[in-house]
Structure formats: C-alpha cells, structure tokens
Design a protein. Structure first.
Ligand code: AGP
Length: 611
C-alpha cells in the first residue's frame, strides 16, 4: 500500500521523482504528490487521482531543485483527496514526509500534539509524523526523525526532507519495504526496485528498524539505536524491460504470457541428476530433508491467490506424501489459538512477502515454536527475512494487481516440495517420483500451447462477459483451481463469480442458477468425468450456459457442455497448473470487454500491508 520515492543528487528532482512514481503506481493510485526543495523552500504539489493528474497539474511549471520526495497513495486514514495526499508537512512547511504504513497510535499522538497547540489539517496518520518531527527538531533533522520513530507504533517506511538540510533526505523502515539505490553523485530511495532500475542496479534493502541519511555522494545507515552499519549493497540483474509492459497492452497479459518462462525458471534449477540415475529435487535453500520424515502434518497459511495455491497443495501433499495437510487463510489464522508442535511443517506463501495478515500468522506460528518455511517472490521482503527458511519463486516482478505468474510459480514450488516429501517418506515410489518430476518439467511447453490459443478464450469472453453471475464447479484439484479462477474473474471484471465444490451444488447453490448464469466446469480428473458431466447437465437444465475446461479429447464433454476448451494432457494432480490459464485469460478478456483496466482494479492494491 502506497509507494514512496526520494531523490538527492545533481539532477532535477521533479522528473526523477515522477518517473520513479510511475513504476510504483501498482502500490496505490488514489492520489500522488511530490515535495521538492526549490529556491530555499519546500514546494509541495499533490493531487487526488492517478499520477497523471499530478503530472498534468505541474506540467509547464518549473519546480527546480535537486532534492525531493514523492508518493503514490492507497488511502487508509482519510479519504483520497488533495489535502490527504502525501507529502504531509509540519505547520510552517519546512519539513515534508512521505509514508507507507499505519501509525497505530496516531490518535493518541495527535491529541497530545493538539494539547501542545498544533493544528491538524488532515485526517491522515502521516501528518502526525510531520508534526512530531517538528516538535523534536532542535537543529538536527536526523535526531528529530530518530526521536519521532521511537514514539511511533505500527508500521512505516518513510522518507523525510527539511528545507534546513538541502543536501540530504532521511529514510526509515519498519515492517514496510524500503530500498536504497546507489548512483553516481546521486542516490535514491524507493518502496520497490522497479522504481530504481532506470537509474541504478546497486541497491540495499533496508532492514527492520533502520534509518538512513541519504546524501548525493554517500549514504549513512544506522540501526534504530543509532549504531552505524555497513549496508550490504546488492546488484539487481533484472532487465529494465522485465519491470515494464514489454509490448503487451497490460501487465496482466504480459505476466500471463511469462508463465512458461517463470515456471521453467522456478522448476529447472531445482532438478538435478540423481547419483543412482534419474532425477532428484533439490532446494539449496533447505537444510536437509529429514524433517519430512518426522513431519506429522503440514499447515499452509496465506491470503487470496497464495491461499488458493495452498488449497491445491493440500491435495498434493496428501496425495504424494500422505501427510495430513491444512490450508488456512492467514487473516483467520492470526486470531486462532493454533495447535502447533515441532513436527508440524508450517509453510507460508506470499508473492509480495509483505502481506500484513500473512506476516502476523508467521509471527504467531514462530511464537508457538514452529519453524516457518516461506515461499515468496520478493528477495529481501519482510517475509523472506522473518522466515526460518525461504524458497523463492522466480516469477520476476509482478505488477498487475491480479496475480497470475506468481500463482503458477507458487504452485510449482509446492508441488516440488510435496513430491520430495513423498519420496523421502517412502509414500511415493521411485517411478512415480520420476514421473512427477517429468510432469513438472513438461508444464512450460503445455502452458505456452494454451496461451497460443488465447483467441478462442477471447471469443468466448466476448460472448459471455455480460453474464450477471459466473460459477466455477469442480472437485478436489479442480475445485481448488476453481477458487482461483473465480477470484480472477471477480477482481478484474467485477462479475459476481464463485467456486463451488461440484457435489455441493445440490445442497444449496443450484438455487442461484438461471438463464443469466455461466457455469464453467473444471473437468480434468479422469475418474470424475461422469460426475462432473452430471453436474453440467443439472445446471444446463436450469438455463445456465456451460463451458467445460477439460483434458478429455474423446469428445465426451461436447454433448454435455455448450463449449469445451481442451487443455494439454497432464497427470490429474498437476492439472491446476494448466486449467487456471484459460480461466485467467477469460477474466482478462471479460475485463477488457467491460472497459476495465485489468492492471488496476477498483478498490484493490497489489501489496496489502495493512490488516
Ligand atoms: C491476487 O490476484 C490478489 N490480488 C490477492 O488475493 C493476493 O494474492 C493476496 O493479497 C496475497 O498477496 P501476497 O501473495 O503478496 O501475500
């Protein structure tokens, strides 16, 4: 939630800040603003709406100055408006702050500041920070920020400038991400790496509680206790293009097309030749595999799409490894009194590694003695640092709010773990283990084959996008894939869509079915073809239009469903990796038909760092 940037150097700050903010709009886009030190004073420009509104507002005006901060907002306290947009300033306008996170004790701090005579102009928690810094300011901006941080409860990533200090900005981080970018004679601060890539590939992911004084020619980093540390600068080798649309109309379309590559990048490095012949699964991140032998159960906690990956994995762990497995939504789990023991393998899945509910589940599990294994896409994320072991999906940056390549790469990580666990525990024969590995290695080509037929799905979307409800039905793995398919459709096309376990239809949901309903049957498990065909018949006879996504090539579903989309042949247990792709495409093309921007769905943000 919210993207923040900072620049100090010899160039004009305004274009550098606006360019960097463009790359962070996925983090929030209900308002934007910049503050630049110009002619000895801070010039602050803010506007409700997307970044373009701000750019239009300042177009043609010269805001010259080489020090500045910027912000793109997803409102938490105070509705989206010009005044609530960041930067927020102290009363005299000499200190400006951009902030990502929530100051949980801001009401108490505000009342105290008011008792000291401070007049507040906004309902934001961030304004409290600006006034507090002003309160503690005795001629040293760094000390004032440090003292302020000690008063704040909750999460923050923030960047501060003062008109008294034209050569530096102050950056601080707790629970929300912040990256320093090192240039030549110029330095940067940003919430995420894509904002920096145009300028530098040398970055430092700030650690919990750290505070930095960033100058044009050097950076001083300190712990929250004021001890100086040497930042471990990393080289980022992503292409600049990898963070851009690369010729596709939308990030989501691009990211769906990246799935064959992303899946291959995630699977292949983990497959090695086994000493005795055949292949083996090896995660260099995992300290041995004996823990699988002792495991009594697996608990997977995650949110949204990542939780759906966990639901698929639940079936995979039980099938391949015969370990009882639960998939829990982290937002619920954090309020449970969980039963955990040292034999529970606790797995957390998160694309961003910054989801507040997921991190809370991690902290709870750790406080109960569980060792946490994280699957995440973001190196240096909070989750990656807090987990005991971490496995990275190699999806590359995912910009579209609706997750696609993150889902399929999370899935392949979980399948690799389930296969390995099954093999180590003796639940999976060497032959079936080899077969499973071969299935995963073959997925990228099959995914590419589906994407090459996207025109078929596009036509179907053009016919069906106006249905007022869409239900996905399926059993077991197909039901899990249906959950993700329904989420995609509702997120970006705003169509009411739900997934139902097909056998549950008759227990209630079938009452909803009428001639304005589209039912998409996920029918990939051979042993269940007859069952799902009956369900299709039941909804057809109540007026629904039906589409079957299947791997049957015999024409069996041609009789049952109005339309059939055949995915490449795959072992039933791996089918969600493929069946979800036509569903992603369907959601995308329905959104396009409705004139929605699939990259920026209403009311949603990419990284949900508040509860
Ligand atoms: C996916 O399309 C959603 N935007 C959302 O459900 C997301 O998966 C969820 O917020 C979890 O995010 P994470 O993977 O970054 O933790």
């Amino acid at each position: 939630m919210c993207g923040i940037v900072g620049y100090v150097g010899a160039r004009q700050a305004t274009p550098a800040l606006l360019g960097a903010l463009r790359k962070l709009e996925y983090r929030g886009y209900d308002s934007a603003g910049i503050a630049v030190l110009s002619g000895g004073g801070l010039v602050v420009e803010k506007a409700k709406g997307m970044l373009q509104v701000l750019e239009d507002r300042i177009a043609g005006r010269e805001i010259s100055g080489c020090l500045g901060i910027g912000h793109t907002r997803w409102a938490t306290h105070g509705e989206p408006s010009d005044v609530n947009a960041h930067p927020q300033t102290n009363t005299s306008g000499t200190i400006a702050v951009v902030h990502n996170g929530i100051v949980e004790n801001h009401q108490r701090l505000k009342e105290w500041l008011q008792s000291q005579g401070v007049v507040f102009r906004t309902r934001t928690d961030t304004e409290t920070i600006a006034h507090l810094i002003n309160y503690y300011y005795r001629g040293n901006i760094f000390d004032a920020v440090l003292k302020t941080l000690h008063k704040l409860e909750g999460a923050y990533a923030l960047c501060v400038i003062s008109s008294d200090f034209p050569d530096r900005l102050i950056a601080a981080k707790k629970e929300n991400p912040l990256v320093l970018g090192f240039g030549r004679g110029e330095n940067f601060v940003a919430s995420d790496v894509p904002a920096l890539l145009e300028h530098t590939r040398e970055v430092y992911y700030m650690d919990e509680g750290e505070i930095a004084a960033v100058y044009g020619d050097h950076v001083d980093v300190f712990t929250g206790r004021g001890e100086r540390i040497i930042p471990r600068v990393q080289h980022v080798d992503w292409d600049v293009d990898a963070a851009e649309k690369g010729g596709y109309e939308h990030f989501m379309l691009k990211e769906m097309h990246e799935q064959p590559r992303a899946i291959a990048d995630t699977v292949k490095p983990r497959i090695i030749d086994a000493p005795g012949g055949g292949r083996d699964i090896f995660f260099e991140e995992l300290p041995g595999t004996d823990f699988w032998k002792d495991a009594s159960r697996v608990v997977i906690a995650a949110c949204g799409t990542a939780w759906h990956a966990g639901v698929v994995a639940r079936y995979a762990f039980e099938r391949f490894a015969r370990i009882p497995t639960e998939a829990e939504t982290a937002s619920e789990y954090r309020y449970k009194n969980p039963i955990l023991d040292s034999r529970t393998v606790f797995i957390v899945v998160s694309q961003s590694g910054e989801t507040a509910d997921t991190l809370a589940a991690v902290r709870l599990a750790k406080s109960r003695g569980a060792r946490v294994m994280a699957i995440t896409n973001v190196v240096g994320s909070t989750l990656s640092r807090e987990a005991d072991v971490r496995i990275y999906t190699r999806a590359g940056p995912e910009i579209a709010v609706a997750s696609t390549k993150a889902f399929t790469t999370q899935l392949v990580c979980l399948y690799l773990l389930a296969l390995k666990a099954g093999f180590v525990r003796g639940a999976l024969s060497p032959e079936d283990y080899q077969k499973g590995i071969a299935e995963l290695l073959a997925v990228p080509d099959k995914a590419a084959e589906i994407l090459a037929r996207k025109g078929v799905i596009q036509k179907e979307a053009a016919l069906q996008f106006n249905k007022n409800k869409v239900f996905f039905i399926g059993r077991l793995f197909d039901y899990a894939a249906g959950l993700e398919s329904a989420l995609k459709l509702k997120e970006i096309s705003y169509t009411h869509s739900e997934a139902f376990a097909a056998g549950e239809l008759k227990h209630g949901p079938i009452a909803l079915v009428d001639d304005r309903t589209l039912v998409i049957a996920l029918a990939t498990q051979r042993a269940l073809f007859d069952k799902i065909a009956s369900n299709i018949a039941q909804v057809s006879s109540r007026g629904a239009v039906t589409l079957a996504i299947t791997q049957d090539t015999s024409g069996y579903f041609d009789q049952a469903a109005d339309q059939v989309f055949v995915i490449p042949q795959v072992d039933d247990a791996f089918s969600p990796l493929l069946s979800v792709i036509p569903a992603q495409l369907f959601a995308y093309y329905c959104a396009i038909q409705k004139g929605n921007n699939p990259d920026r769905p209403r009311n949603l943000a990419k990284s949900v760092t508040v509860e």
